[in-house]
Structures are given as structure tokens and as C-alpha cells.
Design a protein around this ligand. Structure first.
Ligand code: ADP
Ligand code: ADP
Length: 222
């Protein structure tokens, strides 16, 4: 069964030009891909569609065996909970503590309190933020906020993990550590797609590389 499949997908903002054109993509379960492309090439837009946060303006999107255009609106949240997303701008909730930001996906999935506390605690330990669990995310550095965003994206063990430049605000050692976490999740069965400009990480972790150019997607390293 396919995880997510795009067929001749096109996307435009309003009446603007098509920023994605004829995108065919089949994310097989258990795959790990890099996504590259110049700034403005459409990486964030592609991730937004993969996150099922918007509909294509052309073509077909199939997610977990369901055709997105035929899916009832009330069924969408359940599908989207299978997808963890690390946003480039983090999108942490300011009125919640670090702990509660990370706990959010578990609360939405109605995970019991005892196991929620354990999972969030372990996750915060892993990303090295246990000592700021009660903090307001706005008081943290960019790198710390990025690690909160990563913890939130992976805490509920999503089937699919999407990350938009997840190492953009951290040093090289932390970036490598984040990639090791992604590798570990991948080993446990999570399908992973990471958009990045970080050539060093792409070299170090030799997964297939997808590249967006002029809104079109190609495979540059198998
Ligand atoms: P990137 O580093 O991925 O190129 P951008 O700076 O282009 O990021 O985009 C940051 C945010 O601004 C995104 O949420 C994107 O959707 C939005 N954005 C980018 N370009 C435009 C635009 N021309 N009009 C409105 N919003 C935009
Ligand atoms: P990337 O992530 O590769 O930098 P984006 O997907 O952010 O690329 O942007 C692709 C194109 O779409 C750019 O030309 C950008 O300006 C435009 N764009 C992105 N978000 C918006 C938006 N909300 N409204 C209008 N144009 C946008």
C-alpha cells in the first residue's frame, strides 16, 4: 500500500503562476528521502501538500490509500495525525509550555496521562530540553525551539515524518544528532522526507535525493 502518492500534481497560490507542475511522487512505506532545491523552488509548498494542509489545484493526491479529493472533511484530521511535521518556522504555541507543546499530538490522539508524561519526558530528554520543560517557548534560543518542534513532530510515532530545514538553527553536532534520531525512527518503520540545503548532512546520510527545479520534481540521487 502507498503512503502518499502524487499524480501530475500542480499547485498555484490564488491566481499566481504554478509553483508546482506535473509532480509525480510515490513515497513508499519505509523510504527516506532528501528534498533539495533553491529557495523559492517550491519545497515548503510540496511539504504543505504532503502534510494534507492544502489541496492541489491540479492532479491527484492519494494518502494512506484514500483519494484526498473524495475524502470526507471529518476524516482528514485522523489521516493527518499519521503525519509528523517539523515546520521551518517551528510554529510553537506561545501560550503553552515546552512540555505542553510536545504533548499536543498525544493529547489529540487521546493518549492516557501516565503514558503521555512518560513519552514527553523521554522525548525532552532525548533532545536535551528536560530542564526547560516548563518554559515558555519564546524564552528559548532558535536552536532550542527547533528541537521542541522536532520533539513535537515525532513524539506520537507518526507513520510519515516531514521536516522543513530541521537543522537550520542548530550547530553541526546537533544537526547530526537530529539526523540520527530521524534514522532511528526510520529504522523503526517511519517514512521520512527532509527538505534541506545542508549538503554536509546529505553526504553523510546517503539517502535518495529529490530535487525541485522550476516547480518540477526529479530524482538526482537514487
Ligand atoms: P523559504 O525559506 O522556504 O523560501 P519563505 O521565506 O519563502 O521560506 O516563506 C516563508 C513563509 O512565507 C512561508 O509560510 C510561505 O508560504 C510564505 N510566503 C512565501 N512567499 C510568499 C509570497 N509571495 N506571498 C505570501 N506568502 C509567502
Ligand atoms: P521553498 O520552500 O523551496 O523556498 P516555497 O514553497 O516557499 O519554496 O515557495 C515557492 C513559490 O511560491 C515562491 O515563488 C514563493 O514566493 C511562492 N509562495 C509561497 N507561499 C506563498 C503564499 N502563501 N502566497 C503566494 N505565493 C507563495
Amino acid at each position: 500500500k502507498h503512503m502518499i502518492r502524487f499524480e501530475e500534481v500542480g499547485f498555484r497560490y490564488g491566481n499566481g503562476p504554478e509553483v508546482l507542475r506535473d509532480v509525480d511522487l510515490d513515497l513508499a512505506p519505509g523510504s527516506f528521502h532528501w528534498l533539495t532545491g533553491a529557495s523559492g523552488a517550491g519545497k515548503s509548498t510540496l511539504l504543505k501538500l504532503l502534510h494534507l494542509a492544502d489541496h492541489p489545484t491540479r492532479g491527484r493526491v492519494e494518502a494512506f490509500g484514500e483519494d484526498l479529493s473524495e475524502l470526507k472533511r471529518r476524516h482528514l484530521p485522523k489521516l493527518r495525525r499519521q503525519i509528523g511535521m517539523v515546520f521551518q518556522d517551528f510554529r510553537l504555541l506561545d501560550h503553552l509550555t515546552v512540555f505542553d507543546n510536545v504533548a499536543l499530538p498525544l493529547r489529540l490522539a487521546r493518549v492516557r496521562d501516565s503514558s503521555l508524561r512518560k513519552d514527553v519526558g523521554e522525548m525532552l530528554d532525548w533532545v536535551g530540553l528536560a530542564d526547560v520543560a516548563g518554559a515558555d517557548p519564546r524564552t528559548l534560543s532558535g536552536g532550542q525551539q527547533q528541537r521542541v518542534a522536532i520533539a513535537r513532530a515525532v513524539v506520537a510515532r507518526p507513520l510519515l515524518l516531514l521536516a522543513d530545514e530541521p537543522t537550520g538553527s542548530v550547530d553541526e553536532a546537533t544537526g547530526t544528532r537530529i539526523l540520527r534520531l530521524f534514522q532511528e525512527l526510520h529504522r523503526l518503520g517511519t517514512t521520512v522526507l527532509v527538505a534541506t540545503h545542508n549538503e554536509l548532512l546529505i553526504e553523510r546520510f546517503p539517502h535518495p535525493v529529490l530535487r525541485l527545479e522550476d516547480g518540477q520534481l526529479g530524482l538526482v540521487r537514487a
